[in-house]
Design a protein around this ligand. Structure first.
Ligand SMILES: Cc1cc2nc3c(=O)[nH]c(=O)nc-3n(C[C@H](O)[C@H](O)[C@H](O)COP(=O)(O)O)c2cc1C
Ligand SMILES: CCCCCCC(=O)C(=O)O
Length: 356
């Protein structure tokens, strides 16, 4: 495979149509979904020349993690729909790549088993746990304890889902539940049971404050798009912000994360790391996001395509392709280290070559 797009094609052929559409789809007319990739294509990199170094350093420090490159795996649900090994394969592949896996609360493998699989590959493997805060605080506390017991080094609270997005592809297929035998394993034995992950508009900053006080783990907020919310996140003691529109699966009128990134970076002012996901498909996308101030970027669907195409080896290919492409992009921009990717390198495509 020479690109993530090729792995996507293979996955499309392998997956049952209703499962492919669950992974690929977005909300409503899928405007946000399409814009996530298109927005990267609207931007260009203005390269510098003669870097004076034969090698490059891609490593990055993140909350509770040292990653080998500024690309991590964003949380996606139900990996056993893509491959029988599910999240076990993903965890092994991400550990081999030396980067961070954000395990979904809606995983089809329990967090403890994912962590064990990752640590067989690399005893120092880093997992973060993604959490939808539950209105039953006991359930949230139990989930946090399970994540901590599994050795997760940060919590990522998803805040863009007060209600579940309107996924019209799923409605057309009548895809409303997991097939028999598959469960959201992190919810097993919890009140409400494995099929019951709650999304609630009743949650507020006070619930986040309570979580903040209840754990010593770093807490990051996922799904921030408004600069004022980024400001509030820092004020409420968050350890990082993940700029995301949930891969275009929640508010279809939401902007592409890369379009709002510069303003959020400005408001945060370096106090905590700003991460981004949505539409990252090439090493040049990684370089653009970093030049606009992101500390690292996440990928969602490409990992599912790698998993469906070739299990653990497919996910490894996805991560290694992005590593190679990003390393090339950094070299071609005249950079030696991540800090060489500065905002002046990003222009808007077109004859005017406008600066951001
Ligand atoms: C099939 C699928 C399932 C997802 N499940 C979750 C989830 O359980 N929790 C979460 O916070 N985000 C979830 N997301 C959103 C991703 O974490 C991420 O924001 C998005 O996929 C990034 O966009 P990309 O797919 O273009 O890389 C999911 C996305 C997809 C495509
Ligand atoms: C009720 C199950 C919720 C699973 C959440 C998965 C998700 O976030 C998605 O975008 O799909």
């Amino acid at each position: 495979m020479t690109s993530l797009a090729e792995l996507h094609d293979v996955a499309r052929q392998r997956l049952a149509p209703e499962h492919y559409d669950y992974f690929a789809g977005g909300a409503g007319d899928e405007v946000a979904l399409a814009d996530n990739e298109r927005s990267f294509r609207r931007l260009a990199l203005l390269p510098r020349i003669l870097p004076g170094s034969a090698t490059r350093d891609l490593a990055v420090r993140l909350p509770g993690a040292e990653a080998s490159m500024p690309v991590f795996v964003s949380p996606t649900a139900f990996h056993r729909l893509a491959h029988p090994d599910g999240e076990l394969a993903t965890a092994r592949a991400v550990a081999a790549a030396g980067t961070v896996l954000i395990a979904s609360m809606a995983a089809t493998v329990a967090i403890g088993d994912m962590a064990a699989a990752a640590r067989e590959v690399d005893p120092g493997a880093t997992l973060w746990f993604q959490l939808y805060l539950q209105t039953d605080r006991e359930v949230t506390d139990l989930l946090v304890r399970r994540a901590a017991d599994a050795g997760c080094s940060a919590l990522v609270v998803t805040v863009d889902s007060p209600v579940f997005g309107r996924h019209e592809r799923d409605r057309r297929h009548g895809f409303t539940d997991l097939p028999d035998g598959l469960f959201a394993e992190n919810m097993r034995d919890l009140p409400g049971g494995p099929r019951n992950i709650e999304m609630s508009p009743a949650l507020s900053w006070a619930d986040l404050d309570r979580l903040r006080e209840s754990t010593s783990l770093p807490v990051l907020l996922k799904g921030v798009l408004h600069p004022e919310d980024a400001h509030l996140a820092v004020e409420h003691g968050m350890d990082g912000i993940l700029v995301s529109n949930h891969g275009g699966r929640q508010l279809d009128a939401a902007p592409a994360p890369v379009d709002v990134l510069p303003r959020i970076v400005e408001v945060v002012g370096g106090r905590v790391p700003v991460l981004l996901d949505g539409g990252v498909r090439r090493g040049t996308d990684v370089a653009i996001a970093l030049a606009l101030g992101a500390t690292a970027v996440g990928i969602g669907r490409p990992v599912l395509w790698g998993l469906a195409a070739a299990g653990e080896s497919g996910v490894r290919q996805v991560l290694e392709l992005l590593r190679e492409e990003f390393d090339d992009a950094l070299a071609l921009c005249g950079g030696r280290r991540l800090a060489d990717l500065t905002r002046d390198l990003v222009t808007v495509r077109g004859p005017e070559g406008g600066k951001w």
